[in-house]
Write a protein that binds this ligand. Structure first.
Ligand SMILES: NC(=O)c1ccc[n+]([C@@H]2O[C@H](COP(=O)([O-])OP(=O)(O)OC[C@H]3O[C@@H](n4cnc5c(N)ncnc54)[C@H](O)[C@@H]3O)[C@@H](O)[C@H]2O)c1
Length: 378
């Protein structure tokens, strides 16, 4: 007699990694260690730049926001992220940025790891900012202006504190409640926090300026008259056509570094500059093929938009952490079939029973008959 559950020639399991799982990774490993390992993972992946098949992300724009798909793959692993950007969402109690993503096996296409990426995006964005700043900011940088104190801001603040030695933050947000929230969240840290009345006041005396605002407009949060020699600018919030933060002359006054040039030309603050405006891709800088900061007076600028490779990095970091810490849940995202050509059997079988073996004709069952009836009625 045929057993109910046949051994599967190709078991298909997907591990689901929730928001709580990511929070558990941070609790168990500690945030400084997570940032350190994530920055290392990103750096390692950027040094393999030419192993990846890359493209600018696919963006579907609407009146108040954007929904984007971000694919990337190497010979072994494919990754994609779904992410939105809706600056007005927070007024209705929703995050501006929400995301999830997948790691899949290139050889078979099996989606092996399905993870939340909202929290993970904040982690990877801050880690990426630090990887760039470690190569571009003056090594004696201690004070950072943080313009925009929303969901991403604490992650930026702490990554720069832990990995770059920032000890003082000068804060500004058009919404004072956002700054109060940030102050409360960071009150237990050794960071010295100063609330400022304007961007200009926040930027004065800062070694690094991080702009991480959300507004669907071509804003000029930072203007060239606010710049000082030797500054490093970490421009995070200008990441979509028609959604920018920096006056074009800020870019003209700086040496500009980008993740993936074809995407940043469309989405970054770079969109306001002519196509021949020179920029350097980070992988060239990290691999030593292009110079970074050449003197203490130079103004450097990372025009961050968020590239699929950082999501590949954070997904593989979380997949490894899931394995090491025994976190996440197996889910049946893909059907398990004894005969891969018999998908139809799933409509007949008991829940959790598997399909007909190859080369065997299924015997009609009660379920089979029932299904036929339903189909006829429909
Ligand atoms: N580059 C990347 O990889 C990356 C990744 C994630 C998010 N982002 C972008 O970062 C930005 C911030 O994201 P979030 O999740 O923190 O959003 P959020 O809505 O939680 O916070 C944004 C904050 O910016 C403030 N703000 C808006 N205009 C301002 C201005 N002119 N001056 C000062 N403050 C201003 C808002 O009051 C709000 O508190 C968004 O634009 C998002 O698209 C970029």
């Amino acid at each position: 007699m045929m057993p109910l559950r046949m051994p599967l020639p190709h078991p298909v399991t997907t591990r689901f990694f929730s928001v709580q799982d990511v929070a558990a990774v941070i609790q168990q490993m500690g945030l400084p260690h997570v940032f350190e390992r994530l920055a290392e993972t990103i750096r390692t992946d950027y040094l393999r730049w030419n192993d990846f098949e890359k493209c600018a992300r696919v963006a579907n724009h609407s009146r108040d926001g954007v929904i984007e798909l971000m694919p990337i793959s190497d010979a072994k692993t494919y990754a994609f992220k779904y992410v939105n950007g809706h600056p007005k969402n927070t007024q209705g109690g929703l995050p501006c940025v929400m995301a999830f993503g997948v790691l899949a096996d290139v050889a078979t296409g099996i989606p092996e790891f399905l993870s939340e990426l909202t929290l993970s995006t904040a982690l990877r964005t801050a880690a990426m900012s630090v990887v760039a700043a470690q190569a571009l900011a003056r090594p004696d940088s201690r004070c950072m202006a943080l313009i925009g104190n929303g969901a991403q801001s604490e992650f930026q603040a702490l990554a720069f504190h832990y990995l770059l030695g920032i000890t003082e933050l000068r804060l500004f947000d058009t919404d004072p409640r956002a700054t109060e929230k940030l102050m409360a969240n960071l009150a237990h840290t050794p960071l010295r926090l100063t609330v400022c009345a304007s961007v200009r006041e926040a930027v004065r005396g800062a070694d690094i300026v991080t702009t991480v605002t959300a507004d669907k407009t071509n804003a000029t949060v930072l203007t060239p008259d606010m710049l000082a020699p030797g500054m490093h600018i970490n421009g995070v919030g200008g990441d979509c056509p028609g959604k920018t933060e920096l006056h074009p002359d800020v870019l003209r006054a700086s040496s500009v570094f980008v993740e993936y040039e074809p995407q940043t030309r469309i989405e970054g603050d770079l969109q306001h500059l002519p196509a021949d405006f020179a920029v350097t891709e980070l992988w060239q800088l990290l691999s030593g093929q292009a110079p970074g900061r050449v003197n203490a007076q130079q103004i450097t600028l990372f025009d961050s938009v968020g590239f699929a490779l950082q999501d590949y990095s954070v997904l593989r970091f979380m997949r490894d952490a899931a394995q090491a810490l025994g976190l996440g849940q197996p889910i049946q995202l893909i059907p398990e079939l004894v005969n891969p050509k018999d998908l139809f059997v799933l409509l007949q079988a008991e829940p959790h029973a598997t399909a007909t073996p190859m080369n065997k004709t299924p015997q009609p069952t009660a379920h089979h008959t029932q299904f036929k009836k339903v189909t006829l009625v429909a």
